[in-house]
Design a protein around this ligand. Sequence first.
Ligand code: ZN
Length: 299
Amino acid sequence: MERDESVRTACFLALDVLRAQFGDDLPYRGALDGGFAYRGGRVPFLNYQKGIYRASVQRGPAALSINTSHNSPYDDQETELGFSYAYRTGAIDQPDNRALRAAYLLAVPIVYFIGTGAGTYRPLYPCFVTEDDAASMRVVVSLGRMVGPLDEQAPVPLDDPLERRYAVRETRVRLHQARFRGRVLPAYRDRCAICRLKELRLLDAAHIVADLDPHGLPSISNGLSLCTIHHRAFDHDLVGISPDCTVHVASRLLEDDDGPMLDLLKGFDGSLIELPSRRIWQPSRERLALRFERFRRAG
Ligand SMILES: [Zn+2]
């Protein structure tokens, strides 16, 4: 059966180029929506409405990509060796499910596009469908890697269970961080809550307290949009935020007078942070209180 290797290779190469340009999280508009070049035409990367996608230029039966939107938990069913992905609901043998299951039977590399924000996707590739459970209508999607010299790299699955586990865990942590950022920054209108800096490339989503459930949907009320300097200062307890949302600068810094960088911190002592307009997005008072205790103890 056809494996559509040339289509898959063209797709991966095009994603490499987009990632070099945009970073790990690719905007749909202006990047992914252009598709990739293949034999004189353009081929879409994904079908975000359907999830499972097989391109019309393919001759083989297996899917080219699958995707999950940014507000659906991508790992509702835990598996250590990969991501659990549901068949399309309805009949088991509808074309989308046949394409997904063919990816398993043919062991072809696919792309898993995971939504990390409104309109952005992080492509994981090469991925392989390594388990197919028709009874629960789910597959397990595992990461692979590209091997060989740069100009003729071939995708291979990760076979060593330890390596797979490690890759999955690492990917989950990074995805969680990306999704957290994708939710928190827009809530703060892409500005630092302390200094109002509006420059996406210098903004982070800071956790108020460590995430109890790194697999669930990250909660905006456990986050703050902070510029890299204020994020760093917050992480090191040089800046604290009390439950009434007031900025406190560590006394050891206030006593110091040492140049313009310190003013970036000291100048905000006693000011209020900027809050998201929607109440449910605002930082949780309980979590701020917990975190502020730590700041106090650090002195
Ligand atoms: Zn700032």
